[in-house]
Design a protein around this ligand. Structure first.
Ligand SMILES: Cc1ncc(COP(=O)(O)O)c(C=O)c1O
Length: 404
């Protein structure tokens, strides 16, 4: 939806550029001032040349902006750059990742419908599926995401959509997106994939058969701890049928300022994610045989439980490593408290390395039995690797392990 006073050279559409190039140029709408860096259109509304023009904008006879709850040029640039990166026809940005997940799911269902989801979901996503949707008459079944028979068995005639994240939070299971998309489609349902942990660079759910991809742009896309945001991507039809009106009328819209921060974040996404993934791989190698660590999970390693699926559907490992400290919660706490460089935080995807103890933070709401089922033991910690020098990271982690 380009604005009348901006020009788009549509860099990404004229040639088939590689992701690193798209991340810097795609979707740019240059104003009449020909600025190098994308402009921040910090405006609520837009003015019209005439009453007739205003009327034409509202009936969609004339393209252009009307109100920033619906769309805004800076937001459009962020959405278009995400589309180019993801290979999606359409996108809508949202205020947070949770707004993206909630909108993508709520937009598809009506009372009487059914949703199937993997149980290994970020806590708030599980809340939406298990507690929020049922309030509106939408039932749900949660399955063990890696067990394809469980997905098959959960499908019902009224199943409208399936939802998963892969790799999962925090145990980094890798789910077979292609196979689950086939199961969903055979049952007449769609598949929505939360691609946060893998980033748009390493996994392409739409190419694997998913109908919709959602992101918490708060994570790697900003990647510098500044603002929250989300994005929903899919075909033009999926977005028009399920997402566009819901965002326009109910308003989980992103602020232009946050969209601008995220747009600038995209410019450096490839270099940051590459470096963070290299750091995670280095940490995984350094800690794998450590005597104080009883289990280490990294999607790039051959000993990962779903190594074959990871190899097939992901271009690279992950910026995250999960490992179990010998001695349960007390040992995991001593270890975290002894870290000097790595910060304790439940966030991830940041330039700063962050560590969390899921059993007492992100996953404290679920029961010990549910945690056990998800592989979240009391000794498990999840490390999100940042941009520090890998030797400093390994040093910090190994010195802290001595405190255990
Ligand atoms: C996998 C996953 N999905 C969704 C979200 C929600 O994103 P946000 O915090 O931007 O609402 C998060 C983290 O918070 C997450 O880790």
């Amino acid at each position: 939806m380009p604005a009348s006073k901006t020009t788009s050279k549509a860099t990404s559409k004229t040639r088939n550029y590689r992701p690193e190039t798209q991340l810097v140029h795609a979707g740019t709408l240059r104003s009449q001032f020909a600025e190098t860096s994308e402009a921040l259109f910090l405006t609520q509304g837009y003015v019209y040349d005439s009453a007739a023009q205003a009327a034409r904008r509202f009936t969609n006879e004339e393209p252009g902006y009307q109100y920033s709850r619906f769309s805004n040029p800076t937001v459009t640039m962020f959405e278009q750059r995400m589309c180019a990166l993801e290979g999606a026809e359409a996108a809508r940005a949202t205020a947070t990742g949770m707004a993206a997940v909630t909108t993508a799911l709520m937009g598809q269902v009506r009372a009487g419908d059914h949703v199937v989801a993997s149980k290994a979901l970020f806590g708030s996503c599980l809340y939406v599926v298990e507690e929020h949707l049922p309030r509106y008459g939408v039932t749900s079944t949660v399955v063990s995401g890696t067990d394809l028979d469980e997905w098959r068995a959960a499908m019902r005639p009224n199943t409208k959509t399936c939802f998963l994240e892969s790799p999962t939070n925090p145990a980094l299971d890798v789910l077979d997106i292609k196979a689950i998309a086939e199961i969903a489609h055979q049952a007449g349902a769609t598949l929505v994939v939360d691609n946060v942990f893998s980033t748009p660079l390493y996994q392409k759910p739409l190419e694997l058969g998913a109908d919709c991809v959602v992101y918490s742009a708060t994570k790697h896309i900003d990647g510098q701890g500044r603002c929250l945001g989300g994005v929903i991507l899919g075909s033009e039809k999926f977005i028009q049928d399920n997402v566009h009106q819901l965002i326009r009328q109910t308003g989980p819209s992103i602020s232009p300022f946050n969209a601008w921060v995220l747009l600038k974040g995209l410019e450096t996404l490839a270099v940051r994610v590459q470096r963070q993934t290299d750091n995670a791989a280095t940490v995984a190698v350094a800690l794998a045989g450590h005597p104080k660590i009883t289990r280490l999970i990294y999607p790039g390693r051959p000993d990962h439980p779903q190594a074959e699926v990871a190899h097939r559907q992901m271009k690279a490992g992950s910026t995250l490593v999960a490992f179990e400290v010998d001695g349960g919660k007390a040992a995991a706490f001593r270890f975290q408290d002894a870290l000097k460089l790595v910060k304790i935080s439940n966030n991830l995807g940041d330039a700063k390395s962050l560590i969390t103890h899921p059993a007492t933070t992100t996953h404290q709401r679920i029961t010990p039995a549910q945690r056990a089922e998800l592989g979240i033991s009391d000794g498990l910690v999840r490390l999100s690797c940042g941009l520090e020098h890998p030797d400093d990271l390994v040093e910090d982690l190994t010195i802290a392990l001595e405190a255990v």
